[in-house]
Design a protein around this ligand. Structure first.
Ligand SMILES: Cc1cc2nc3c(=O)[nH]c(=O)nc-3n(C[C@H](O)[C@H](O)[C@H](O)COP(=O)(O)OP(=O)(O)OC[C@H]3O[C@@H](n4cnc5c(N)ncnc54)[C@H](O)[C@@H]3O)c2cc1C
Length: 348
């Protein structure tokens, strides 16, 4: 009888061990089904994306990054950056972005020169598709797709971009100390930029294609009261005029066209600021991630979390207000930490 009980106990022990093992296997299999090929996918390679990559790579999360159609982001089209901390004498935009790329590569970030054209965040793992049709799955996705400044679209605007033509007064106003500048636009951004530029420029001319303004009354009044600001209404820029000596280009003025009479006049200036708005690069997330009327992604307060668990947004794609490289980098860092903590909740 005793022998029989011992055998029965042994049998029961083995059975319960077997059942536990089965349970564990089933659980780990079901977790595996839910987990992606990657822990972190970063979409975008501006300051926000590179900073997110730096933090997640150093946290051993082996991020992969999609660089999109503008590897390095908006700073690739500017010359000198004097307000990114750490560079006493400033640094050129492309050099800064190349340095950021090398820094994240040092920690093993895998970057692809591909654009994400489709996402499916309805279930886990999160899925994204690149423009060559390849599907990638991940436990977290960090959206760092930035925004694009709108330009008027003339050839000379491209030619002098970064050499007198800019879309960011906060960034480049300082370079026009004591010089004449024009600002193009009729909304709040244009008013803000024009006002700001009066701290540096000797004269600011606001060029607007209509008589009336889209800007709020209070912003418009502030500009109208500012003695340094002149108006050129019913007017558009026909051409940006400048010199190109020894490869160093500079703006000398703009040919202005009166939209009513067609008359063209030359207006001398050294700087041209486009202030006709920005478009966040978020079309691919329409109907998936919460966004405002313009397309800026909405994140939860004091966090980079979007409405989808595991998806985080940083940089200009979710910031219509500050729009600076250092703030983009700051939120890139936040999204990396948010992603890391989210992964911890999955048992990482
Ligand atoms: C002319 C100009 C001068 C500026 N000068 C300064 C300055 O002096 N100092 C300063 O602090 N700021 C400056 N800024 C602002 C600064 O460039 C931005 O605030 C900053 O680049 C935002 O960083 P980001 O990483 O959010 O996005 P971005 O730099 O806009 O980068 C977005 C990235 O996302 C990628 N992307 C977009 N869609 C997709 C997709 N579907 N799939 C894959 N990738 C995608 C793009 O290819 C790009 O790599 C300037 C801006 C401009 C336009």
């Amino acid at each position: 009888m005793l022998g029989y009980l011992v055998i029965l106990n042994l049998f029961q022990d083995q059975m319960s061990q077997h059942i536990n093992l089965q349970r564990k296997l089933t659980m780990s299999q079901s977790i595996k089904v839910l987990r992606g090929q990657h822990k972190v996918i970063i979409i975008g390679s501006g300051p926000a994306g590179f900073t997110a990559a730096l933090y997640t790579a150093r946290a051993n999360l082996s991020p992969i990054m999609f660089e999109g159609s503008q590897p390095g982001g908006q700073l690739m089209i500017t010359t000198d950056i004097e307000n990114y901390p750490g560079f006493e004498n400033g640094i050129s935009g492309p050099v800064l972005m190349d340095t950021m790329r090398k820094q994240v590569q040092r920690f093993g970030t895998q970057a692809y020169y591909k654009t994400i054209t489709r996402v499916d965040f309805t279930s886990k793992p999160l899925k994204v598709w690149a423009d060559d049709g390849t599907e990638y799955t991940s436990d977290t996705v960090i959206v760092a797709t930035g925004a694009s400044a709108k330009y008027i679209g003339i050839e000379s605007e491209k030619k002098f971009m970064g050499f007198g033509v800019s879309a960011c007064a906060t960034c480049d106003g300082f370079f026009f100390r004591g010089q004449r500048v024009v600002v193009v636009g009729g909304g709040d951004t244009a008013m803000e930029e024009a006002n700001y530029l009066t701290h540096h420029a000797s004269e600011v001319t606001l060029i607007h294609r209509r008589e009336g303004f889209r800007a709020s009354k209070i912003m418009l009044e502030r500009v109208q009261k500012n003695e340094k600001i002149k108006f050129a209404l019913n007017t558009v820029i026909d051409e940006i005029v400048g010199t190109d000596e020894g490869g160093r280009k500079s703006v000398t003025g703009v040919n202005l066209k009166n939209v009513n009479t067609g008359e063209i006049t030359f207006h001398p200036c050294e700087g041209v600021f486009m202030a006709i708005g920005h478009q966040p690069n978020t079309d691919v997330f329409k109907g998936v991630l919460d966004m405002d009327g313009v397309g800026y992604l909405i994140t939860k307060k004091s966090s980079t979390a979007t409405n989808i668990p595991g998806v985080f947004a940083c940089g200009d794609a979710q910031d219509s207000y500050y729009r600076q490289a250092v703030t983009a980098a700051g939120t890139g860092c936040m999204s990396a930490i948010d992603a890391e903590r989210y992964l911890e909740t999955l048992g990482e």
